[in-house]
Design a protein around this ligand. Sequence first.
Ligand code: NAD
Length: 346
Amino acid sequence: MTPKLNVVPFVSVDHMMKLVLQVGVERFLTELSAYVEEDFRRWESFDKVARVAAHSDEGVIELMPTSDGAAYAFKYVNGHPKNTRDGRQTVTAFGVLADVANGYPVLLTEMTILTALRTAATSAVAARHLARPDSRTMAIIGNGAQAEFQAIAMKALLGVDRLRLHDIDLAASAKCARNLEGLGFDIRICASTAEAVEGADIVTTVTADKQNATILTDNLVGAGLHINAVGGDCPGKTELHADILRRAAIFVEYPPQTRIEGEIQQLAPDHPVSELWQVIDGRTPGRRDAAQITLFDSVGFATEDFSALRYVSDKLVEAPFFEELDLLADPDEPRDLFGMLLRAAA
Ligand code: NAD
């Protein structure tokens, strides 16, 4: 995509849906996972900082920047667990990709759908390195906006095709089961977390509640389980009982951010954790044996959004689902910004 100087390609929600549907959800997740993994492999070339969070009683608004020296990206994202009560999403987002050489944005896009996709892609990348290779059954605790994406990504990358769904709101599980119908899953809706987790190879917790919740207790975690903890991503917002963390091998994205936001905020600040990029890069072992309990303490990191923006930007070349946004002032003579205003008045 070669944008004109004064316009920025803008991908609306409608265009994002068209793009995802044209590519196909499963293929989109597979290709996006490759971008996420590729960027984890060149982790050291990124500027990294824990995201900047503005907390309130009801939720959080966050800015997530990063750059690889050639491109710069940021995402604006919120997390408001009570939003669904009045018809709003818990998580919404938009983001920008920019050219470091001149500072001009090259893409502005919705990222609510894209965040669900990139979070699922990252979960699946982590699980491919950490879950037992024969994993086929996943329990999903919390069946809201993120759930279906998590399921499809695990199917695309690991071949997970048996789902056990549990949510405190049965309607959410029914919605999730309905949406995944015909996509090759054997699905069971479960009345409790214990029922869902029994016999699962992977447990994904993806609930929304602004408290230190105990979605999963230690007695439910058997040998060899891979836990993908997605919903605990803010100070005071966790999902797992601390005893699980003490038994598991823990893998994180960017430790300075995860220590503040992840499940490991419940542990001592020096509790050992491994970095996912080092596992992907082959510097650190992932799962050691079939009995080990592995935990991906996901909070979502800026490089994953960078990967998602990079992927969408590349995709727009063949599938031009965007409009041109008049976002940047472009006077004929760059220094005559005021003159442009005067000429507009005339
Ligand atoms: P959502 O509000 O659409 O769905 C959350 C679901 O969890 C709801 O259906 C709710 O009924 C259910 N739930 C709440 N408490 C529960 C409990 N105790 N047991 C079982 N189910 C319970 O939210 P969403 O958009 O699907 O997001 C889910 C979580 O994932 C949020 O906490 C969000 O902040 C987090 N998230 C994390 C990342 C990441 O990268 N780690 C990315 C996106 C979202």
